[in-house]
Design a protein around this ligand. Structure first.
Ligand code: NAP
Length: 337
């Protein structure tokens, strides 16, 4: 059965608001901030604000009438951005937990845009528990989702929201997974896929480079299982004819399990055949790519070469999503968005 999604499911309403449009994202930011109105002196902060995505969010926040405090580890870059936008700012790195906590003490909501998040989400989320600050980030990294999920009880006790993944990774795909599950409640297999032609941001490119270290990942019988890069290849029709797609370690392999309870999950990305061949070749060199000096070199190249999508590219780029659930009888439901 084929159908088109409108992303309107009750149990994922928060994620829908966070993810679908910038304006809706800011509705949530405003709401979370207001929850702490008993402490009126508190404000909200964007950490990693001088990065490609942080800067876009800061600029959009201003357009929405919000005035976040800008933060990051680079004094010069943060100060210059804050002066251009006429916003308050502060500078601290993430090495010392006491220092992080001292900066978050008067902050109601932290939006972490400093990625790769494997290095930033743990110290910031821990500090948020201490300062009773709500935490959002825009990660798509599986280990971050698993780690923050493990902090669930502590977050409840502290009365704070810890919500990683409040971006394209992974709100739309999570909504798709939840909707498919509604259509086939006894599904035991879920495949999600996306097809995007737009260029990636610098931080996303670095996160992909880090991802090579871990190879591929799928969920099998409820357990996260390591597999090779491009473990499976299949044809997927995103609405304009079949395209080749390969499995990738996308955040939904972690999170769709918590959303749907489906024990077998694979996430695919559409790629040209040449890129698929390259991914298979990279399997052989994965060990070398994982070495720290090589990782540093590749990230340096990203810093020099990748500046992120231009305004025009952001306006015209489209992402197509596809999903499928199957139950033990072989019944299946597919959806696109
Ligand atoms: N969910 C989504 O839809 C979505 C969309 C876009 C990006 N992302 C993710 O967001 C992250 C950022 O992407 P981007 O393109 O904006 O990156 P970027 O332009 O490279 O900016 C990264 C920012 O994070 C800071 N940072 C990095 N590592 C840090 C560390 N260890 N400690 C403190 N600050 C650190 C950088 O500070 P310096 O300037 O001092 O280096 C910079 O401010 C990436 O992980 C990317 O995958 C997600």
């Amino acid at each position: 059965m084929q159908f088109l999604f409108c992303f309107l499911t009750q149990n994922v309403a928060l994620f829908m608001y966070l993810g679908n449009k910038w304006s809706e994202f800011f509705i949530i930011v405003t709401t979370l901030t207001k929850q702490k109105e008993t402490m009126p002196e508190k404000n909200w902060m964007i950490y990693g604000a001088n990065g490609y995505t942080g800067r876009l969010i800061a600029e959009e926040a201003l357009l929405q009438g919000l005035r976040p405090i800008l933060a990051g580890r680079n004094h010069k870059k943060i100060k210059s951005l804050a002066q251009r936008l006429n916003l308050a700012w502060c500078c601290f790195d993430l090495k010392n937990p006491e220092i992080i906590s001292s900066y978050l003490d008067r902050i109601a909501l932290l939006l972490n845009c400093a990625g790769p998040f494997t290095a930033t989400s743990v110290p910031l989320a821990k500090a948020c528990l201490k300062s009773r600050t709500d935490y959002l980030d825009i990660t798509g990294e599986m280990e971050v989702f698993e780690y923050i999920h493990s902090m669930n009880e502590k977050a409840r006790e502290a009365g704070v929201v810890l919500c990683p993944g409040a971006g394209f990774d992974l709100i739309p795909t999570d909504c798709l997974a939840a909707t498919l599950k509604k259509y086939l409640p006894d599904a035991n297999y879920l495949a999600l896929a996306f097809d995007s032609k737009g260029p990636v941001s610098p931080g996303t490119a670095k996160t992909i480079i880090e991802g090579f270290k871990y190879g591929g990942m799928i969920r099998k019988n409820g357990i996260l299982s390591a597999v090779s890069l491009a473990h499976k290849v299949r044809k997927i029709d995103f609405g304009s004819g079949p395209k080749m797609a390969i499995t990738i370690s996308w955040g939904d392999v972690s999170t769709a399990f918590y959303t749907t309870g489906i024990p077998n999950i694979e996430v695919y990305v559409a790629l040209p055949e040449r890129a698929i061949t390259l991914m298979k070749i990279l399997r052989i060199f994965r060990f070398i790519i994982s070495l720290e000096p090589f990782q540093k070199l590749l990230k340096k190249i990203v810093d020099i070469k990748i500046k992120g999508p231009s305004v025009q590219q952001r306006k015209t780029s489209r992402v197509h999503l596809w999903g499928e659930v199957i139950n033990s009888k072989g019944d299946s439901v597919q959806g696109e968005a």
